[in-house]
Ligand binder design. Structure first.
Ligand SMILES: C[S@@+](CC[C@H](N)C(=O)[O-])C[C@H]1O[C@@H](n2cnc3c(N)ncnc32)[C@H](O)[C@@H]1O
Length: 287
């Protein structure tokens, strides 16, 4: 029988596919000035950099120092000159007003800006408000978010059997209506959404477990550490996954994401005519 805990993590293909799909919708031109918000490990940054070429300028930001360090190293390894990555919180960015042509934000949760369960913005939607501020008039925003990830829902279902107070999905589910409400309410216009729906497979339960487990490490260690609970969890997992196994013995699952494009009004946004303060621009050379 497969050892459920033995798989090693491999970046699932859908990450690259959703980033590629987002970028395919984007108006990006050689020479553009682009912010990659929530750079992570560069899943969106590097393909966008290819599109804008050597004459453009690109900045990535992330709140995780480890991501910033890793991506800086990768940029150096690739010998790319016109990209920099900064440790910065997207809710309070130190860029001057109106300095980017394009912002891309691949799979950056907007859970601090919008309550997608209650369908309402949160506390003035700090991240979206900042995006609007730093975009040039007529500048474009491209973002993506998860609507559904079936393979993570399987794990959520299992964990709930063993840890009843766990209410995690393992990802942050969003809705099309929520994005429209958030972006319209913040002053964006020309908002278009494109669904991204795909079916993928894992070779076996261990491959599934390796990809999904990291969101539930605290719960799983409580299960793993008690032999009887561990066995019960494994049995429940194999039963549940059997229902999703295809004829070739592989686990078939669906994911749904939403790709969202929007524009800052060409004439500027009245709500956004806040003057840039000296301190905000510290450490940043205006573009
Ligand atoms: C799911 S990853 C996506 C990474 C990348 N955009 C991609 O397409 O592969 C989301 C990233 O957004 C970053 N992030 C979340 N909130 C942020 C914030 N307030 N400011 C900056 N980065 C943030 C996280 O640290 C994480 O690295």
């Amino acid at each position: 029988m497969t050892d459920l805990w033995s798989g090693t993590y491999k970046n699932p293909r859908y990450w690259g596919d959703t980033a590629a799909a987002l970028i395919a919708t984007a108006e990006l031109h050689p020479g553009s000035t682009v912010l990659d918000l929530g750079t992570g490990y560069g899943g969106t940054l590097f393909p966008v950099r290819e599109r804008i070429g050597d004459t453009g300028r690109m900045v990535g930001i992330d709140v995780e120092a480890e991501c910033v360090e890793w991506t800086r190293q990768e940029i150096a390894t690739r010998g790319i000159g016109n990209v920099e990555v900064l440790l910065m919180d997207a809710r309070s960015m130190s860029f001057p007003d109106a300095c980017f042509d394009v912002i891309v934000a691949g799979m950056v949760g907007l859970d601090e800006d919008y309550d997608f369960d209650a369908n309402q913005p949160i506390d003035g939607a700090p991240m979206i408000r900042e995006m609007l501020r730093i975009l040039k008039a007529g500048g474009r925003l491209y973002l993506s978010g998860w609507l559904w990830q079936e393979h993570l829902e399987w794990m959520a279902q299992l964990v709930r059997q063993f840890v009843p107070d766990s209410d995690k999905h393992g990802y942050f589910p969003t809705t099309r209506e929520g994005y429209l409400d958030l972006l319209r309410g913040s002053g964006f216009e020309r908002i278009h959404t494109t669904p991204f729906d795909e079916r993928y497979t894992f070779d076996d339960p261990a491959a599934w477990m390796a990809v999904v487990r990291h969101s539930w490490e605290p719960e799983l260690s409580r299960i793993q550490d008690v032999p009887a609970r561990r066995r019960a969890f494994e049995n429940a997992a194999f039963d549940l996954l059997a229902a999703h196994t295809d004829a070739g013995g592989r686990l078939a699952y669906r994911i749904s994401a939403l790709l969202v494009a929007a524009q800052k009004p060409a004439a500027g946004c009245p709500a956004n005519h806040r003057r840039n303060r000296e301190s905000r621009a510290r450490g940043w050379v205006p573009l």
